[in-house]
Design a protein around this ligand. Sequence first.
Ligand SMILES: N[C@@H](CCC(=O)N[C@@H](CS)C(=O)NCC(=O)O)C(=O)O
Length: 202
Amino acid sequence: MSLKLYTNQKSRGVVVEWLLLELGVEYERIELAYHTDMKTPEYLTLNPFGKVPTLVDDGVVIYELGAICAYLTDKFADKGFAPALNDPQRGVYYRWLFFMSGPWEALSVDQMRGINIQPDQKMFVGYGDHQDAHRALIQGIEAANPYLCGEQFTTADILVAAILLWQLKIGTLQSDPVIANYLAHIQQRPTYQKVTQLFGDE
Ligand SMILES: N[C@@H](CCC(=O)N[C@@H](CS)C(=O)NCC(=O)O)C(=O)O
């Protein structure tokens, strides 16, 4: 099997597993424990951060969740999980991949650390402040019809939905009718039952 996924059941690696499930692709799953397995010299040669997820495809190493998602989507382009290169929705697709990996990830971590951006810091903080990032999220999701790229369910939906579901669960995101309406469409998908198993009980 050429694809190897280093992950932990309680990590962002779940997003990659959701994508692999939707793509119907086989992979070897390597569960790494926090603090120990992830910090061995061998693993640090693959992922210098000592974090998960990491994907290895025939010797090619990819870490960073957004990069792994983009890589797999392109590798299995025939499955149709991204708008075509010449489709204007491709721009929307990219916007979401980068929004979630950049500003939204930074905001989420700052929230967990209790950091509030002061007005004079907004200029150099990539997500502005909490209100700005939240407004961008809601504005984007409000335009979903029913998915982020229109009628095509894409990897952007997996990334966005997985992270929002997780944040709602841990309480760093407040429920909102726009978010709830969008997630309801995702939860109606036939694969969703299997996806909830990936998320586990807690
Ligand atoms: N920016 C990275 C973040 C990866 C990350 O922080 N992973 C966490 C789990 S969700 C981790 O492995 N933490 C273990 C550690 O830092 O020791 C990505 O998107 O892949």
